[in-house]
Ligand binder design. Structure first.
Ligand SMILES: Nc1ncnc2c1ncn2[C@@H]1O[C@H](COP(=O)(O)OP(=O)(O)O)[C@@H](O)[C@H]1O
Ligand SMILES: [Mg+2]
Length: 229
């Protein structure tokens, strides 16, 4: 994933705010890149641009050599569906669907038959330690368990880019740590880039690379371990 000189402004005239001010940012396959910085500095805006949920004012995002914004809207949706997994801070699970049905959503959206999709989703839930909870509705699961269902949904279709927006922010320290451990164990893959937005410095040691953001700019990047890119 490469961003070249991304600018994003909201509003016009007097009310115009420049939220992203020329971002160059890359995330390589085979590890986790953390994007960290204070609340309001533009992290969610940046990953929304990367995910194609928001259009940049200027600049370019390349995912695996494809400039997604240049695709037709139909191809863009298909590209995103196939290549992207997203984990939100507040899980965003569908309340009337079971854990397995929630986790199966990307497969069902891609047209996989229901039985096969639920089997695959159950396998992923099992890997995340939720094998016995596949039929449970979100409301009877703990926050950590709901976040693991959201993680299963982000991984089930084996996307090449996984983006997590503050995945531990709504969790206590212990469940936050266990979600990060599972994320680092299950999401990291030689053919996949993982971007984690966080301002929870208790989990920064899970990063392979850290990019610090402040007031719409990347101010510093740091490698933490040998990086296999
Ligand atoms: N749709 C929007 N319209 C106007 N301002 C916005 C919009 N979305 C975000 N912002 C502003 O952009 C800044 C960065 O927000 P955000 O990307 O959510 O920061 P972070 O995720 O780092 O906390 C904030 O000042 C926020 O108020
Ligand atoms: Mg945010």
């Amino acid at each position: 994933m490469r961003c070249h000189d991304i600018h994003k402004s909201f509003g016009t005239g007097e009310a115009k705010v420049d939220v992203l001010r020329g971002i160059d940012f890359t995330a390589a396959m085979g590890g986790m890149t953390f994007l960290v910085g204070p609340s309001g500095c533009g992290k969610t805006t940046l990953i929304s641009v990367i995910a194609g949920l928001l259009e940049a004012t200027s600049g370019r995002v390349e995912l695996f050599g494809t400039e997604v914004a240049a695709l037709s809207s139909r191809d863009r949706i298909l590209f995103r569906r196939k290549n992207l997994g997203f984990v939100f801070q507040q899980y965003n699970l569908l309340p009337s669907l079971s854990a397995a049905e929630n986790a199966a959503v990307p497969l069902l959206a891609a047209g996989m038959p229901r039985k096969a999709a639920l089997d695959k989703a159950s396998q992923v839930l099992d890997r995340l330690g939720l094998g016995s909870r596949t039929k449970a509705l979100p409301k009877i699961l703990s926050g950590g368990q709901q976040q693991r269902v959201a993680l299963a949904r982000a991984l089930v279709h084996e996307p090449r880019l996984v983006i997590c927006d503050e995945p531990t922010a709504a969790l206590d320290a212990e469940s936050g740590h266990s979600v990060m451990e599972l994320l680092s164990r299950t999401a990291v893959h030689p053919d996949r880039a993982v971007i984690v937005v966080s301002h929870d410095n208790r989990v920064f040691h899970f990063a392979d690379r850290l990019a610090y953001m402040n007031d719409g700019s990347i101010t510093k990047t740091e490698m933490q371990t040998a990086w296999s890119a």
